[in-house]
Write a protein that binds this ligand. Structure first.
Ligand SMILES: [Zn+2]
Ligand SMILES: [Zn+2]
Length: 124
């Protein structure tokens, strides 16, 4: 593993990213705090390859920037249709239900729930 990839992975596993969803640009800034010379292309390429290796997950928010998720636990996302904020939700019984419906083992799922978050509801 390259130094740059190891750095990104350590950022994902640190408190900075715990329970957070970070855009590539936010990750670039975090990486530059530790490795000032790291280029945008390097960060982007590494994020893509980490995603392909299943080390991180990319979530595409409709209309918002793609974000990377450091959580490896199966969970779904609540996405605000107004500000595109993303929140984790866990539905512990969902996997069991889906296995039963699919009649087979289910390894993973993607769950996106769209709503208007509390902040946005306040400002309307
Ligand atoms: Zn919102
Ligand atoms: Zn998440």
């Amino acid at each position: 593993m390259t130094k740059q990839k190891a750095l990104l992975l350590s950022i994902f596993r640190s408190e900075l990213c715990k329970g957070q969803h970070r855009t590539a640009d936010e990750l670039l800034l975090l990486a530059r705090e530790k490795m000032p010379g790291i280029s945008r292309a390097t960060v982007y390429n590494n994020l893509r390859s980490m995603e392909e290796e299943g080390l991180i997950r990319k979530i595409t928010a409709d209309g918002g920037a793609d974000v990377y998720d450091s959580s490896f636990e199966l969970h779904g996302h609540l996405i605000c249709t107004s500000c595109h904020a993303i929140k984790d939700i866990s539905v512990p019984t969902l996997l069991e239900d889906m296995k039963r419906i699919a009649g087979a083992d289910v390894d993973s799922y993607e769950l996106k729930l769209r709503y208007v978050c509390e902040n946005c509801r306040k400002t309307v």
